[in-house]
Write a protein that binds this ligand. Structure first.
Ligand SMILES: C[S@@+](CC[C@H](N)C(=O)[O-])C[C@H]1O[C@@H](n2cnc3c(N)ncnc32)[C@H](O)[C@@H]1O
Length: 209
């Protein structure tokens, strides 16, 4: 009988071989087809570009920057180079095999108004969990088994720090992963807080002592 560790190794092996059975391009594209109007003539950033199935798809619509490991090194590092150049995108798609957690909150600084944030999120419970991963989930998602609701709640709180309101447009389960699609609506801080930004509301700065 195969143990969960054996199964994990087998999945890793198939990932290294880039098998469709572990990265599901057809199913991902089926979902993306519902959002074509967001891609037309738009700036698209693909994180973890891999072998380019989604790149080929996005190239039919917009100007796609695909971060492949071979060309740009680790996407976890390279995204900060794009951030430093103040690059902004209408669509950011994070298609990692593992969790996208470390791309938050930086992507909220790089998404344009009404842009789409799309990402892959392995379903917890199917994956083999160890104590470190479990603690990471609790630290990041406030839950040892983050659900769709946990992910949506935490990201909503996080994006509001950048004055962005998230709208969950779609989430599909494909085998062992979820694919989330969020629309990112920029808010005017003045509207949201009902404060006029003319400086008049600011108290004069004085020393407390
Ligand atoms: C889920 S696949 C992406 C599939 C791709 N979207 C497609 O449709 O062909 C994830 C890819 O990211 C690559 N990868 C792994 N670690 C990476 C890293 N740190 N930075 C960038 N790419 C990485 C893997 O080799 C794999 O090809």
């Amino acid at each position: 009988m195969k143990t969960s560790s054996d199964k994990h190794k087998w999945v890793r092996h198939k990932q290294n071989k880039n098998c469709d059975s572990v990265h599901h391009p057809k199913e991902k594209i089926l979902q993306l087809n519902n959002f074509k109007e967001y891609f037309k003539n738009k700036e698209i950033l693909e994180v973890f570009g891999g072998q380019g199935n989604l790149t080929d798809y996005y190239n039919n619509y917009g100007n796609t920057t695909a971060l492949t490991k071979e060309k740009f090194g680790s996407s976890f590092d390279y995204i900060y180079q794009l951030r430093a150049k103040k690059k902004k995108y209408n669509v950011i798609d994070i298609d990692s095999y593992g969790y996208p957690d470390l791309f938050f909150p930086v992507v909220f600084e790089m998404i344009k108004d009404n842009g789409l944030l799309i990402f892959t999120f392995p379903i917890v419970g199917v994956n083999c969990l160890n104590g470190i991963q479990e603690q990471h989930f609790i630290t990041f998602w406030r839950s040892s088994r983050p659900t769709i609701g946990d992910v949506t709640g935490i990201l909503t709180d996080m994006s509001l720090r950048n004055w962005i309101l998230l709208e969950l447009k779609d989430v599909v389960k494909i085998d062992r992963i979820y694919r989330f699609v969020f629309k990112c609506k920029k808010l005017k801080a003045t509207d949201m807080t009902n404060v006029k930004n003319n400086g008049k509301h600011l108290a004069k700065q004085t020393t407390m002592f």
